[in-house]
Design a protein around this ligand. Structure first.
Ligand code: AMP
Ligand code: MG
Length: 506
């Protein structure tokens, strides 16, 4: 079989000595391709034809490394559910290397589930088909929603079972593409060891990779903290505006790049509830839907602590600078949140805009959804119908007693102020245009828990990829309200949601 050849760079291994361990993926006995992301392969400039066949499956299983590849397992630490683990690291992943994509951006290519590494601790280094296809589905859904995310390039079944609580499951390896795999926990690893020189080296590398405009500038380390805070504020606001619950926001699962990473026990909220938690291991609700902005701030404070020695020679001054960024985070987040909410409400930021009143309008809308246990995704979609003049679909989500009449009147008044000056005909046109804009920012098809489970069960238990492929297709066009994807817009029965538990993908 011809080896797949393409050029991988290894700047992480080359420039950062002592940050990773050279490591080779384990070979899989009989690799079989389950998924290959052609649009992503094209985006990063890979040879799609060469990677589609058997050679591709062998490559994505880690059996045939490209010439010159120097794969490594990366070191990192992390706060998991609030408790610090000084050594985590790639326990079941290897970074194959980096490519420069068509847009000139450096992207990591890593395998996940490719066997034990020096960081495996008690784990087997493996992954099962279900959780890896889950990472494909949610990652592609997030990407289609315009939310920064790592993405799956391929999944291959290894032909080897993995042992999990549920018994023997088919094993798989996922290939992940990321802007980088540098995490808050990567900084923590060296900071916890008092290795300030390496914290500094990592910061310089990170700035060069993610914020090249800041290279060599005075104040760049504080600038790095500010940039990460900015990216995370924007990211979490996007999560909140589509109802995404990450489920395991440990500091090792928060990237410096601002991409969503590690789709384990994640889920989309159904009936709106800030307390929604699906993860089986999150019994305290630390990572509940509504806690995510606060947890992001907490995680950023851990990053700030790791960077302290770089922020100023004087400890108090360093602390003041760090706290300045951390304290500014809630307002920054609120700003991103409101801008997303305004778009979803069909509102602009023209003369009629008033931040306080608009934020209250959005809050009160969410309060109505919460009180009525209304499906978050459908409610936004049906609000677009209301903008176009048809209230019936929205009303049908509520009971007669909980109908949001007073709120709708307030929202209409705000819309009317924005449209002031339009004639009666002009108002109808404005309503139609507003509805169209709203439908471009509030999805119709999301990765609903019951549909994801259905797809993964068929793939894992029956080797039937049909449901997975159909769901993936719908998720790649989340704003299209078609008869074909209607089943992906249907909420799960309430009793399914009430009993739904997600598990870490181990
Ligand atoms: P995660 O919860 O997937 O973000 O993983 C947390 C840590 O556990 C990371 O250091 C992983 O590399 C490690 N880990 C997770 N699953 C396994 C596994 N099956 N074998 C070895 N290490 C694992
Ligand atoms: Mg992780």
């Amino acid at each position: 079989m011809a080896a797949v050849s393409f050029a991988l760079d290894n700047s992480y291994a080359r420039d950062l000595e002592g940050f990773s361990v050279p490591w080779r993926p384990e070979a899989a006995p009989s690799p079989k391709s389950l998924f290959f992301n052609v649009p992503l392969a094209e985006e990063i400039g890979l040879d799609v034809a060469a990677l589609s066949g058997e050679a591709g499956a062998a490559f994505f299983a880690g059996n045939a490394l490209p010439e010159g590849a120097e794969p490594v397992a990366q070191a990192y630490a992390g706060h998991q559910f609030g408790g610090f683990s000084p050594q985590l690291g790639d326990g079941r992943a290897v970074l194959l290397g980096e490519v420069i994509d068509r847009a000139g951006q450096r992207r990591d290519i890593a395998l996940k589930g490719s066997g034990r590494t020096p960081f495996s601790r008690g784990g087997d280094g493996k992954a099962a088909v279900g959780p890896m296809l889950r990472e494909v589905l949610i990652g592609e859904a997030m990407h289609a929603l315009g939310i920064p995310t790592t993405r799956a390039l391929a999944v291959v079944a290894t032909g080897q079972p993995v042992l999990r609580e549920a018994g023997a499951l088919p094993g798989a390896v996922l290939t992940r593409v990321a802007a980088s795999h540098i995490r808050v926990g990567t900084f923590q690893f060296f900071a916890a060891r008092g290795d300030h020189a390496r914290v500094r080296q990592l910061a310089e590398y990170t700035i060069a990779r993610h914020d090249p405009d800041r290279v060599g500038t005075p104040g760049r380390f504080l600038g790095l903290l500010e940039r990460v805070a900015g990216r995370q504020a924007a990211l979490i606001a996007q999560w909140m505006n589509v109802g995404f619950i990450h489920g395991v926001m440990n500091t090792d699962n928060m990237t410096i790049s601002g991409e969503t990473i590690d789709y384990g026990p994640c889920a989309f909220v159904e009936a709106y509830d800030p307390k929604a938690v699906f993860s089986s291991i999150d019994s305290q609700g630390r990572y509940a839907f509504g806690n995510q902005p606060g947890i992001a701030r907490w995680n950023l404070a851990r990053l700030a602590e790791s960077l302290l020695p770089l922020l100023a020679d004087d400890e108090d001054q360093a602390m003041d600078r760090a706290m300045g960024v951390i304290d500014a985070f809630p307002a920054l987040y609120a700003c991103h949140l409101l801008s997303g909410q305004r778009a979803k409400l069909g509102l602009g930021v023209g003369q009629a805009a008033d931040d306080v009143a608009d934020a209250a309008l959005a809050d009160d809308w969410l309060a109505q959804l919460h009180a009525g246990r209304i499906d978050f995704t459908l409610a936004w979609r049906r609000l677009a119908d209301a903008a176009a003049g048809d209230d019936a679909p929205l009303r049908s989500l509520f009971t007669a007693a909980s109908a949001p009449d007073a709120w709708l009147a307030r929202w209409r008044e705000r819309c009317a102020r924005e449209d002031e000056g339009a004639s009666a005909n002009g108002n109808i046109a404005a309503g139609t245009a507003r509805a169209a804009r709203m439908r471009l920012v509030s999805p119709w098809a999301i990765a609903r828990n019951h549909r994801v489970e259905e797809a993964l069960t068929a793939a894992s238990d029956d080797e039937d990829l049909g449901p997975f492929e159909r769901l993936l297709e719908a998720l790649r066009h989340p704003y299209d309200e078609t008869a074909d994807n209607a089943r992906y817009a249907e909420p799960a029965p309430a009793d399914v949601t009430a009993g739904y538990r997600t598990f870490c993908g181990t």
